[in-house]
Design a protein around this ligand. Sequence first.
Ligand code: HEC
Length: 180
Amino acid sequence: MSKNIITILFSILGVILIEIIAVVAGAYSGIPDVAATKPEGKLMSWFMSTTKDHSISTRAQNITPPFLDDPALVAKGFGHYNEMCVTCHGAPGRKPDEFSQGMNPRPPDLVFSTADLSPEKMFVIVKNGITMTGMPGFASTHSDSEVWAIVAFLNRLQTMSPVEYAAFQKSNVKGMNSAE
Ligand code: HEC
C-alpha cells in the first residue's frame, strides 16, 4: 500500500472518530431538546420519515392480503378499532382524545392519511408499530387474522361517514366485546 493511500485511510478514520465523539458528546451534553412540544429539525424529520417509508415498504413485500371486503371481517375490525385506536386517531364524528394533540408526531386522521397506503403496508404498521412515534405494535396481543380484520376496517374507514360510524357503534356492541 502506498504512503498516500495510508494517509487517506487514516484521515477518513479520523473524521469518523471525530463524528462518533461529537454524537456521544451531544447525547451527554443535555443541549438537544427532547420536548414533544417542539418540532424536530428538518434533517431529523427527513431522516425519520424516509427511514420509515423504506422500512415499511421492504417489510410489506411478499405479503398477500385476504379478501378484505368481507362485512364480517370489517365488523370484527371495527371492534378492535373502536377499542384501541380511536383515542389517538379519532374516527368520523369522533375526535381523538385530548392527549393525542400533545403527541409528536401527532397521530394522523386515518380517514385521509391511509389513502396511499396499501393493505400490506397497513398490516405491517399495525402489526409492528412505528418505533419512537407512539404508534404501538399489536403483534404481541393480536393474531395476524385479527390484524387483517383491523386493516379491512381501515380500508372501509376511508369512505365512512359519521352516521355510518355511529351505526357501527350501535350494531356492533356484541362484536366489540367478543373481539378480544
Ligand atoms: C397512543 C397513540 C396511538 C394508538 C393507540 C394508535 N396509534 Fe396509530 N399512529 C400513532 C402515531 C403517533 C402515528 C404516526 C406515526 C408517524 O408519523 O410515523 C400513527 C400512525 C398510524 C398509521 C400510519 C398512518 C399513515 O398515514 O402513515 C396507521 C395505519 C395506524 N397508525 C393505525 C393504527 C391502528 C389501526 C390502531 C389501533 C389498532 C392505532 N394506530 C393505534 C399513534 C397511535
